[in-house]
Design a protein around this ligand. Structure first.
Ligand code: EZ4
Ligand code: CO
Length: 403
């Protein structure tokens, strides 16, 4: 089965998405997500200019060889742009292979390991009481796992707090907005938040929290320790992980489970974290970590060290990524949890999908392939609109820090 055509579709049904569509001489087509928030056109151009010309005429069934060709063959390895482009090709090819086999994708990975995929939803509030309300609303909707974030007294704009009530979209301006930060204010506030949330929600609901790379290792250790009484499912991105050793310090001080990796793009980004058992959950997902082929490699390596998966699933990962991730989650033996930030209605119209939510679990569906399609005519009505993630500055003197 030969690849005959491939094209990149960029659309903005409320937010930007980059999709790769591959066509074959047997009439089967497949799609892959290539969205890299705030850097969308870099991936689109990498695909159109440098990847698609090399795909035409290749055997669509040779997923592994094509993956190696694009990874090793570029000479310039890794990086979010390259790995998102490779991921899009890989996802589209798995979609095609599963359609050719007339099977849902998870069957090709080894079949079903669980009845459904536990997801965590986002409870966001301006303050503690609003976040508590949101946690209870999510519990009511059936969520078994809930991430809680809130505004911090004395800080004007912080990660995870939407403009309206619950909706939160971080890429919210055509040039980067500016947030402010104080680790001291945050460290005082966050244990109070979780004391209130745990008290309100009871002992059974899994609670999660995203630090979003803002703390130093010793500050993160302090936070992890102070959250122990509220037994979190995980504390996410406690400190930047360019230096994987940084997590050793956090680990030495706290039993709060640690998750990291939504910005990683290869197994090399998490090798030390995993083999030294410095983390509990690895957050890499299909679109930013080289597709199903590479994600499976990371998960198998993680399994040897009892590290479980917790795939990133924010709205900037398109429904195509979500569909593929849910097939992966349905199979992967060392599954932990899957993030879910539901897409808006328009996005769901552009990307019709087989997956669904029921009682805290997602189901990938039984459609052949990954079960997600793109309506190209509808997509064409919503052209790209430049949008950036914010930057972050220290509240007291404006020093640029991690967002
Ligand atoms: O800020 O996906 O856990 N989820 C997150 C996300 C990220 C965005 C960045 O593009 O941290 O909300
Ligand atoms: Co995160």
């Amino acid at each position: 089965m030969k690849i005959t055509h491939a094209r990149v579709i960029v659309c903005c049904p409320g937010r930007n998405f980059v999709t790769l569509k591959i066509e074959t001489d047997e009439g089967l087509t497949g799609i892959g997500d290539a969205t890299l928030n705030g850097r969308e056109l870099a991936v689109a151009s990498y695909l159109s200019e440098h990847v698609i010309p090399c795909l035409i005429g290749r055997d669509a069934h040779q997923i592994e060889d094509i993956w190696q060709y694009l990874y090793r063959g570029a000479y310039w390895r890794r990086g979010p742009v390259t790995m998102s482009a490779i991921a899009a090709v890989d996802t589209a090819l798995w979609d095609i292979k599963a359609k050719a086999a007339n099977m849902p994708l998870y069957q090709l990975l080894g079949g079903r390991s669980r009845t459904g995929v536990m997801v965590y939803g986002h409870a966001n509030g301006r303050d503690i009481s609003q976040t508590v309300e949101e946690v209870l609303r999510h519990k009511e909707m059936g969520y078994l796992a809930i991430r809680a974030q809130s505004g911090v007294p004395g800080l004007d704009k912080v990660y995870g707090v939407g403009k309206g009530t619950t909706f939160y979209e971080p890429a919210d301006a055509d040039l980067p907005g500016e947030h402010d930060w104080s680790s001291e204010k945050y460290l005082l506030h966050t244990p109070r938040l979780f004391e209130a949330v745990r008290q309100a929600v009871g002992p059974d609901t899994h609670l999660l929290h995203d630090v979003h790379h803002r703390l130093t290792p010793i500050e993160a250790a302090r936070l992890g320790k102070s959250l122990e009484p509220f037994h979190l499912f995980w504390m996410e991105d406690a400190t930047p992980a360019e230096n994987q050793e940084a997590f050793r310090l956090i680990r030495q001080h706290t039993t709060t489970p640690l998750a990291v990796g939504e910005v990683f793009n290869t197994i090399w980004d998490c090798k030390d974290l995993i083999q030294n058992q410095l983390i509990d959950y690895i957050r890499t997902t299909v679109v930013h970590a080289g597709g199903i082929t590479h994600l499976r490699r990371i998960a198998d390596f993680a399994a040897m060290f009892q590290v479980r998966t917790g795939c990133h699933g924010a709205t900037d990962l398109s429904p195509v990524c979500m569909g593929a991730a849910l097939h992966f989650d349905t199979w992967v033996p060392n599954f932990g949890v899957q993030e879910l930030m539901p897409h808006n209605e328009l996005t769901n119209e552009v990307f019709a999908h087989a997956y669904s939510f029921d009682k805290g679990l997602m189901h990938c569906g039984e459609t052949a392939g990954h079960g997600v399609e793109i309506d190209e005519k509808l997509a064409a009505k919503y052209p790209y609109q430049r949008a950036y993630l914010p930057v972050n500055r220290l509240a007291h003197d404006g020093t640029l820090t991690n967002w």
